[in-house]
Design a protein. Structure first.
Length: 148
């Protein structure tokens, strides 16, 4: 009885191991497919698209993972085949680095220009020189206050 239990236990571990590795492979395929743009419906990732080419790309990703290729090697494979635009998030180097930093630079420059403008404007708005009231003006104010 003990040997049968051990046998079933080992079979269960083998089955569970193959199922979990299949799930892990599916997750890695989805992760990599999410980083690639669908060549047909360019607004979607390969993961989200049901276009024929996207299904073929997902299958190719699975095959490359089964061959032992790394994520970087798989992405490089698709960049070599389709060009840099296939990546949903282009590499942050060269001209792409400028495009990645442009929004932040625009915000910083805008804030600096606004600060400089407000500082300059606050210097320009000075309180005009005031002179003391004359006796006639003072009497007129007192007269008006008494009337109220």
């Amino acid at each position: 009885m003990n040997i049968k239990s051990l046998y079933f236990f080992l079979i269960g571990i083998a089955c569970f191991g193959s199922v979990s590795s299949g799930v892990d492979l599916d997750n890695r395929v989805r992760e990599i497919a999410h980083q690639l743009r669908c060549p047909t419906c360019q607004a979607m990732s390969v993961k989200e698209s049901d276009a024929g080419i996207s299904l073929n790309m997902k299958q190719r990703i699975r095959e490359l993972l089964e061959e032992g290729k790394s994520e970087e090697e798989i992405l490089r494979f698709f960049v070599d085949r389709y060009g840099e635009w296939i990546l949903r998030s282009p590499k942050k180097e060269g001209f792409s680095l400028l495009l990645w930093t442009m929004p932040g630079l625009i915000i910083v420059i805008t804030v600096l220009l606004l600060f400089q403008y407000l500082r300059k404007k606050s210097r320009m708005t000075t309180i005009p020189d005031t002179r003391p009231l004359s006796e006639d003006e003072q009497r007129q104010i007192e007269k008006d206050l008494k009337r109220l």
